[in-house]
Design a protein around this ligand. Sequence first.
Ligand SMILES: [Zn+2]
Length: 425
Amino acid sequence: MSAYLITSVSVVGGPPTDLLIRDGLVAEVGPGLSAPDATVVDGTGLVALPGLVDLHTHLREPGREDAETVESGSRAAAMGGYTAVCAMANTSPVADTAGVVEQVWRLGREAGLVDVQPIGAVTVGLAGERLAELGAMADSAARVRIFSDDGHCVADPKLMRRALEYVKAFDGIIAQHAEEPRLTEGAQMHEGEVSTRLGLIGWPAVAEEAIIARDVLLTEHVGSRLHVCHVSTAGSVEVLRQAKARGVRVTAEVTPHHLLLTDERAETYDPVFKVNPPLRTAADIAALRAALADGVIDVIATDHAPHAVEDKECEWAYARPGMLGLETALSIALDVLGPEWDLIAERMSRTPARIAGLTGHGVDPAPGVPANLTVVDPAARRTIEPAELASRSRNTPYARMTLPGRIVATFLRGEPTVLDGKAVK
Ligand SMILES: [Zn+2]
């Protein structure tokens, strides 16, 4: 195994220090370290963070390898500073059995660029009719702890209750895509002034808020754990705030795009801005940012959703919802939060690692901890060129935008996956 000495680097915003990585661990942290056998990385002006952890990634394999593979998505993740991602279950076949989650887990190990933790489906085929083999997935080699029908809502309240009861036995989590389907039939964008002006069918905020309200009550009743995917409205924040004040075991995520982009992007009719839940209003963005700062929203998760060209470069009505996120998330966080390194580490690494139960991730660099970390240049600015992304897809909403921050290096168990801003393998 190799050794790396990162010199004069700020650890999570602290004063410059040296950081020695050896045998997969952070060996030493302190000024004036020397290690003649180590590869030196000049960390002057750079910030070291615990490796980022994404609770919500679509890797598309098996089934849509033209859009992304476990390997290409893992590389995109590493380039974005991630050391672990949770892979959503809406693949083809659906990850609703021990066999499929083990396949994804094994592909992640073979790629070896980030730890890929599969999420299992809640219902068979994401059809919302009967529970999938939750216990078998939990007992599999992939050791699934989070279950989600993401892309679809577990709309049936009886089924949702049973899922919450089932996973309680092993302290599992149901991650809900909160969307009351009867309220969003035919929806193309956020329901509001802009949808009225454009004459597009709207996706009302209450379709999200009603499901979250129902689910926090069910979770409280059962005494289980709920995670709410991609919270997008101010009203959802208030429902979550009240539930947390009562002690309900609920956590919530927000995506980078819901922190930055508004529904006015739909005026371009560029399907790259079509996403589910849809982009909301400036008032929603303000509420989401405040909730992220005060902890009502626990984590930033990307909802990285690669799509092949034919599914995205078509008329708005036919385009699939979703956008890339892994390679730009930290830049958006920096843009939105500023250089609040402790908050960024909390929302993008420590808390998501704790929710997913990923030991060895989400731990600040200190002697003896696994060397899962990322090194950021906060002063760098970069213009996003879709063709340069490591993802196999090109549907970034930030094309040709200039964003702050650049990932200089990412280490997974002491081995670089990114060095000098480039993928190592
Ligand atoms: Zn979703």
